[in-house]
Ligand binder design. Structure first.
Ligand SMILES: [Zn+2]
Length: 256
C-alpha cells in the first residue's frame, strides 16, 4: 500500500470502518512510513480535540414541536392499509387453496399409512421368520398341553388356552414367550407335516372378524374367540392353516 492510498483511507481507518485486509495493509505501512505515521497521529488528535472541546447546542422546544407537527398525524393509517391488503380477494383464494392442498396431502399420507392390522401382520411374519432363523421355536418343548399350559403361569398376566390337535394332524410341540404389538404374548408351536405353525395368543380388546392373508409366502389367519386374539402363521398350505384354525376353534369351544 502506498502513501497516496493510505492518505485516502486514513479517516476511515481512524473511525474503524475498514475491512481486515485494508486495516492490516495500513498497519504495516504506518510501521514503516514516518510521514504517514505523523499524518495519522495528527488526524487522530484532531478528532479527539473536536470530541472533547466542540460546542454542543440543544434544540429549542419550539423546534421540536414544529418537527413533531410536521409528522403524519396518526399511525392508525398504517394498520388500516395492512388490513385492506389482507382482505384482498386473491389472497383469500390463495389461502383457501393452500389449506385445501395441505388437507389433501395429509389425507393422502393418512390413506397411505398401513392399518394397525397390516402392521401387526407384518410384525407376525417377522417374528415367525426370526423364531425359525435362530432356532428358537420353543422355550418349553413338550407335546403335552398339561406341561405347556402351566409353563406360562407367572410369565403372562393371562392364561392362554392350550389344546393339543394331534388327532387332527397338528401335534403341539411347545410354547414360548414372545412380544408383539407392544405386549407379551403366548406363542404356541404346532407341526403339520414337518412345517411349524406359530399360534400367537393374547387378550383381545375387540371382536374381530376372522381373516386370512398371505404375506411373503406365509399364510396367516386371524380371529378372536373367548376374549383372545389368535394369529396363526405357517409356510404350510393355506388350506392346512384354515383346517388348523377350524380345529382350534372347535377345541376351545368357539362356535364356528
Ligand atoms: Zn506513507
Amino acid at each position: 500500500m502506498d502513501c497516496k492510498k493510505v492518505a485516502e483511507l486514513l479517516p476511515a481507518y481512524i473511525d474503524q470502518e475498514l475491512g481486515v485486509g485494508e486495516l492490516m495493509g495500513i498497519d504495516e505501512h504506518l510501521q514503516n512510513c514516518p510521514d504517514c505515521r505523523r499524518e495519522h497521529a495528527a488526524q487522530r488528535d484532531l478528532g479527539a480535540q473536536i470530541k472533547a472541546r466542540a460546542s454542543y447546542f440543544t434544540a429549542p422546544p419550539h423546534l421540536e414541536a414544529r418537527l413533531r407537527a410536521s409528522l403524519p398525524k396518526s399511525n392508525a393509517a398504517a394498520p388500516r392499509r395492512w388490513t385492506m391488503q389482507w382482505r384482498a380477494p386473491w389472497l383469500h383464494t390463495g389461502i383457501a387453496m393452500a389449506c385445501a392442498l395441505v388437507a389433501a396431502w395429509s389425507l393422502g399420507l393418512y390413506v397411505m399409512q398401513p392399518s394397525a392390522q397390516e402392521r401387526l401382520a407384518e410384525e407376525i411374519v417377522s417374528d415367525h421368520v426370526r423364531s425359525l432363523q435362530v432356532d428358537h421355536l420353543s422355550d418349553v418343548a413338550s407335546t403335552d398341553q398339561h406341561t405347556v399350559k402351566p409353563w406360562f403361569n407367572g410369565k403372562l398376566d393371562f392364561a392362554p388356552p392350550v389344546v393339543d390337535l394331534a388327532t387332527q394332524g397338528f401335534p403341539l410341540v411347545g410354547g414360548r414367550l414372545d412380544y408383539l404389538d407392544g405386549h407379551a404374548v403366548a406363542a404356541l408351536v404346532y407341526h403339520v407335516r414337518q412345517h411349524p405353525i406359530n399360534l400367537y395368543v393374547w387378550p383381545a380388546s375387540s371382536h374381530d372378524v376372522a381373516s386370512t392373508q398371505t404375506r411373503n409366502g406365509y399364510h396367516l389367519m386371524h380371529w378372536t374367540a373367548q376374549g383372545m386374539n389368535f394369529w396363526a402363521i405357517s409356510d404350510c398350505a393355506a388350506s392346512d392353516v384354515e383346517r388348523f384354525a377350524q380345529g382350534l376353534r372347535v377345541a376351545v369351544n368357539e362356535p364356528t
